[in-house]
Design a protein around this ligand. Sequence first.
Ligand SMILES: Nc1ncnc2c1ncn2[C@@H]1O[C@H](COP(=O)(O)OP(=O)(O)O)[C@@H](O)[C@H]1O
Ligand SMILES: [Mg+2]
Length: 250
Amino acid sequence: MQILKLENMSKTYGKNKKSKQYIALRNISFEVKKGEFIGVMGASGSGKTTLLNLLGSIDKPTTGRFFIANKDVIALNKKQLAKHRMENIGFIFQDYNLLETMTLKENIILPLALSGHNPKSIEQKLKKIAENTGITKVLDKYPYEVSGGEQQRAAACRALITNPKIILADEPTGNLDSKSSKDLLNLLSFINEEYEATILMVTHDVFAASYCQKIMFIRDGEIYNELYSGKDKKEFFDSIIDVMSVLGGE
Ligand SMILES: Nc1ncnc2c1ncn2[C@@H]1O[C@H](COP(=O)(O)OP(=O)(O)O)[C@@H](O)[C@H]1O
Ligand SMILES: [Mg+2]
């Protein structure tokens, strides 16, 4: 089943202003099936964050449209869009984006509290997800009191607690040490398999990318190549390195 479909999506920055125009994405079209775990790779400045921000409705495309669960997202009004983002999209950022004045627990349940779920069902969901991610013990701590790995796992819990249709992760392991990276990647894989969550993960880390089933490479705002993970992980890893060395960058 297809969960996401992009049709000729472009993004030009600096429209309507005197500033120089810059085409960050050019006519991108692709489809994602439910339950796919996709990596997005490409040199710095190739348009990866732009793509994720458009799909998460943090920003709007200049042209084109996209569908999530057959819903034309561009056509939604403001109220529908807010609901759609709350229910269907989970975002994980490189720098966690937790609210510093709230405990991890408060951060995680925020999306549910905002959408008016009842306290009992919130507690149940929290308990389950915190256990799955191993952060039960630190739930009452503030972000500055825990490690980066724990903050990122809390951020992942916040993204997942609404059971979103799509999880968008922008370099989620970018600030983590190798142990915490591994924990987070295992968590994403678990969520992908257990809940059939669809994941789009931007990364420039080949190790992180090797967890994905498919990699889409972006160059100058266009899809340059795609690679599928086969039975042989080592081969997949080596093929990713080959394409990245052509694309340059990190
Ligand atoms: N808000 C913005 N205004 C103008 N240019 C931008 C803006 N955001 C990104 N860009 C430019 O668009 C290009 C793609 O950026 P981005 O999507 O962040 O790349 P990546 O995440 O692949 O490093 C870059 O050249 C960047 O400088
Ligand atoms: Mg980026």
